[in-house]
Design a protein around this ligand. Structure first.
Ligand code: ATP
Length: 235
């Protein structure tokens, strides 16, 4: 078996004295889409913060493509191919779509290449290229956030709550794009509270409650046990 793109071993993290991650184990195989599911407060966003170097763990190990990266800074992780789309999208509202994309070309990527990738995945962004990002719908802003992330040519994409606040149709559309991105070889870890759409495009899923991963498996298996795991874990 090839080296996984992400391997997390017995990871612990805390806010002050309150431990929020309590021994997380999680593996993302190369080229796979993994859905990380679980209820409010399970620790999913905290886990993404630690993986992406925005928060320090108290113990445990993280390997990215076989490299030990525990404690590495966000910039170093980015150079190793890790890109995060945080909850809330993170586009610049007072810049146009095109200006938002152009900001990504600072890293030495030609603007044409950034535009080509963005507009081939999201034709709607081309139609709206001169519109201020802050005036677009939530779904369109999520497309822009994804397009910006793709410009960095990620090996592993971390997506936090892709579907938050969006209508089901647009969520389906975004997940179809997630599947297309995965077909190009990008590995993806997607965090969602509500499971169904994420499970449809995932190769594997993990369920987190109370700061640990309590179940992992193929989407069908996880779908079957989801309600029990969450209700049991929340008790
Ligand atoms: P959600 O789906 O609601 O985002 P989550 O699974 O992502 O939930 P986290 O946001 O990681 O969960 O939160 C895990 C726990 O850590 C919660 O109890 C939360 O209140 C707490 N927490 C999160 N951020 C902080 C913070 N900055 N300071 C203190 N506690 C925090």
């Amino acid at each position: 078996m090839s080296v996984p793109i992400l391997d997390i071993i017995d990871l612990h993290a805390a806010y002050g004295r309150i431990e929020v991650l309590r021994g997380v184990n999680l593996t993302v195989p190369k080229g796979a889409v993994v859905a990380l599911l679980g209820p409010n407060g399970a620790g999913k966003s905290t886990l993404l913060k630690v993986i992406s170097g925005q928060m320090q763990q108290t113990s445990g190990d993280i390997h990215l493509a076989g490299i030990h990266v525990t404690g590495a800074k966000p910039d170093d992780l980015a150079r190793l191919g890790l890109t995060t789309i945080p909850e809330g999208r993170s586009v610049f509202p007072n810049l146009t779509v095109e200006e938002n994309l152009l900001l990504m070309s600072y890293a030495g990527v030609a603007p044409e290449a950034v535009f080509d990738t963005a507009y081939s995945y999201f034709p709607r962004l081309h139609e709206r290229r001169f519109q201020l990002a802050g005036t677009m719908s939530g779904g369109e802003q999520q497309m822009l956030a994804m397009a910006r992330a793709l410009a960095s040519d990620p090996a592993l994409l971390l997506l936090d709550e892709l579907s938050m606040g969006l209508a089901p149709l647009i969520v389906d559309e975004l997940y179809e794009t997630v599947a297309k991105i995965a077909e190009t070889g990008v590995s993806i870890l997607v965090v969602e509270q509500f499971a169904r759409t994420a499970l449809r495009v995932s190769d594997y899923a993990a369920v987190m409650t109370g700061g640990t991963v309590v179940a992992t498996g193929e989407p069908d298996e996880i779908n079957a046990i989801m309600a029990d795991v969450i209700l049991g874990g929340a008790a």
